[in-house]
Design a protein around this ligand. Structure first.
Ligand code: X2X
Length: 343
């Protein structure tokens, strides 16, 4: 957080003079006035991803509604560091806001991975009923217990994840056997793909493209909106619609920096971030519904799968029983109350 002093009288008169000295210049007092609060928002997605488009829209509205007092500076594409590095920065306050998958956040708050349980959500209606309902509220309470972080009310959408490879299509679970697959740095991701029989390697997203390009790994898994905006189609040939899990982005704030803001600024920021999140959900769902055709035109070869076989493989490997034990009765019962029996 950078809390800049308000403009001094001398600076104010200089600003006025500057405006007067350049006739016709669009020099407003507001532009001369540096924001009272300048906060950094880090994320790992391309500028073209709906998350960054909606974030910029929210930043503009927040600056306007706060009359220039609050400026949100957005740092996309892991500019401030990898996901694991940036989680450390938002915890210590070097970064003010960070959008992060609950599965990666689970390295700090174990419960937050529960939204990534394989095949838990049959559709988006169930996702939002769950994440905007009692389980989402429980997860946010767990995040708040970390003391260093708070999560905004509305989780943003990453999407239902599909599997891509450079070597062969994934037609059945056996096609995962021994496959070198990149997964994000999170225990549940590694656990799921070991249960499928793959050889998962945890790599931060900002190193994923190069890992695929240099064949360190043969495949990865992500929603279509990420395969498109991160140009993974340039280094992947096959896309199998495994839909093996849904993933979302919690908008995290450093608690101390958040609490340093006046209440009226907090309300303007929270309102606009949550509204942007709901709009972004619609953008991503639309994009993910239309991208198969666009990615096919980019020479990706698509195939559908029978999800039952993949879910049965997870069950047979003890995946659901293992993670029910890790999450505990309270969280697991909240999940099953919303999505039905899993284990
Ligand atoms: O790292 C990934 O694969 C990504 C971009 O989907 C997440 O942030 C979890």
């Amino acid at each position: 957080m950078t809390k800049l002093p308000a403009l001094s009288r001398r600076q104010f008169t200089t600003a006025l003079a500057l405006g007067a000295a350049v006739p016709g210049s669009v020099f407003s007092i507001r532009q001369a006035r540096a924001a009272e609060f300048t906060y950094k928002f880090a994320n790992n997605l391309a500028l073209s991803h709906p998350l960054n488009k909606r974030l910029q829209e929210a930043a503009d509205k927040i600056k306007d509604e706060s009359k220039g007092r609050f400026e949100l500076q957005i740092y996309p594409s892991s500019q401030l560091g990898s996901d694991t590095d940036t989680l450390g920065q938002v915890r210590n306050g070097a970064v003010d806001f960070f959008s992060l998958s609950g599965l990666i956040l689970s390295t700090l708050v174990p419960t937050t991975a529960i939204s990534g349980v394989g095949f838990a959500f049959p559709d988006y209606a169930t996702v939002w009923k769950t994440m905007d309902g009692p389980l989402g509220a429980f997860i946010r309470e767990e995040i708040a217990k970390s003391r260093q972080l708070i999560a905004f009310e509305k989780i943003w959408d990453n999407g239902f994840r599909q599997t891509t490879t450079s070597t062969k299509p994934i037609l059945s679970p056996d096609d995962f056997n021994g496959m070198k697959l990149r997964v994000p740095p999170a225990p549940l991701w590694s656990s799921m793909f070991k249960a499928f029989g793959a050889a998962p390697t945890t790599i931060n997203f900002n190193e994923t493209y190069s890992a695929l390009q240099s064949k360190i790994v043969d495949g990865q898994e992500n929603p279509l909106a990420i395969i498109e905006t991160a140009k993974l189609y340039e280094v992947q040939s096959y896309c199998s619609t495994t839909n093996h899990m849904w993933d979302g982005f919690w908008i995290l704030a450093n608690r101390a920096n958040w609490e340093a803001l006046p209440k009226d600024i907090q309300e303007i920021v929270a309102k606009n971030i949550n509204v942007a999140g709901v709009n972004q959900r619609e953008d991503v769902a639309k994009l993910n519904a239309t991208l198969r055709e666009q990615l096919t035109a980019r020479n990706m070869k698509f195939n559908d799968v029978d999800a039952t076989k993949f879910r049965d493989k997870l069950r047979a490997a003890g995946f659901y029983a293992e993670w029910k034990g890790k999450f505990g009765e309270k969280a697991w019962s909240l999940l099953e109350a919303s999505v039905g029996k899993l284990s």
